[in-house]
Design a protein around this ligand. Sequence first.
Ligand code: B12
Length: 452
Amino acid sequence: MKLLLIQPTNQLAILKSKFHFIEKIAHSNFLDLSPLALCLLAGITPPDWEVKIVQEPKDTIDFDEEVDLVGITAATHTVKRGYEISDEFRKRGKMVVMGGIHPSVMYKEALVHCDAVCIGEAEPVWKDILEDVKQGKLKKTYRSKEHFDLSFYTSPRRDLIPKRKSVFFNVRNVETSRGCPYNCDFCTVSIVHGRKIRNRPLKNLIPEIESVEKKTLFFVDNNIVSNFQYAKKLFREMIPLKKKWAGQAPIYIAKDRELAKLAGEAGCFGLLIGIESLVKEGFEKYNKSLKNLDELKEALKILKDSGISVEAHLVFGNDFETKDTMRESLENLLELDFAAASLNILVPYPGTKLTACLERQKRILSRDWNYYDINHLLFKPNNFTCEEFMEEMQIVRKKFHSFKAIYSRTLSFSRIRPLIALGVNISTRTHNKARFTLDCVKEKNLKTGEIW
Ligand code: B12
């Protein structure tokens, strides 16, 4: 039996990279991240199945390939391409199962395009799906009652990732935990992975880390230090492995200096940290543990002294947002010692409380999932017209990514992998330029009538 596993890309990204030279290079050569969900599926697939992994846009799909089952993973911004791929295979009589965060939340929509949807984690149901394919009695949906017990975690088949020469940053994704206890109104993570944190036993995780052939890892956990004691043990055991890694953590990691120091010693060179907002209204809304600039400055210094640079993730567009809060956020951002920043527009992902609220208020402007990529405005903002908000967003992004600002950040991080800081900043600057449009609003497919 033959199984083809596919990670689609975003359709707008394909389009942009056709016209934008640097986008094209960035897409194909800047970063090579392993498709963890697909490697995991391959790892739990019985040996009588031959498995192939295709990762867009680096690999090309052969729709005429002889396969018994196609599996497609998708987030919201990649799901339209996922549906397109699924439709193509089904036209040729192939069976398709979809999974991942978007099909899990929107399984009825997904079932218009595929034969079955795996709602939530695959591990508890994957063997049933394959068995049902063999028997010719695939069900429409598969959903496990319980979350997967991570002590039974099987190593992902990273050997199936096609060999590619990535110019700059060749990374393998690893996970140490699943679940998120917070139930943020804009986030979908707990819908798939649950609200209870589950950590992998170290005796199962450390040999996997050791076996990864690449030196650089990315820990995909929502929070690599969700359990301080576990994280300290993990970092101590990682020191002799001499890996380099980045991951995601809250800023309060710096509250425990020993933890921050151990992370650095274990090879951490970068953390993506959800700062969300840098104004008083935002600190309150997101209930952040560090509530003023001085505390943040101190935390960033502790991390830098431990050899860790921080990419700040901020969200703009909340109802409290005004021109003044956006400018103040920018000023504060420039004052703080971040190596990089992702300046995102709030996205009303399906299944979230935020979306339910905006829907009630009839403020959603587009349900074209291609635009659900943090670069597009998808709802009517509170204190702005769409144009005003986007103009302000341009100013914030442009100023943060001016060449002068990038140069001084790279200098500031000259002791911590400065080329990565430079690469990330240049690539974000390029993405911002290439992807920034009001197209989705102009489509007016779900206009509110108030703005246009
Ligand atoms: C690591 C990560 C990243 C990394 C790496 C992404 C990558 N391409 O590898 C980075 C930092 C680069 C990143 C970037 C972005 N990300 Co991101 N990311 C994550 C994160 C934290 C973990 C993803 C992961 O690998 N999980 C581990 C795997 C094993 O879990 P899984 O994918 O859910 O798979 C399981 C099941 O869903 C199921 N399954 C999945 N696929 C399939 C397929 C089949 C056939 C079957 C049967 C089952 C199945 O089985 C798996 C095993 O149980 C998630 C949050 C989360 N915890 O899920 C956000 C998340 C996926 N990202 C998100 C977003 C929005 C983005 C960005 C658009 C914006 C941003 N934050 O900068 C970019 C887009 C980048 C891109 N081009 O893809 C959103 C997506 C929301 C949505 N509804 O679509 C999430 C959910 C975060 C959030 N808070 O909302 N991301």
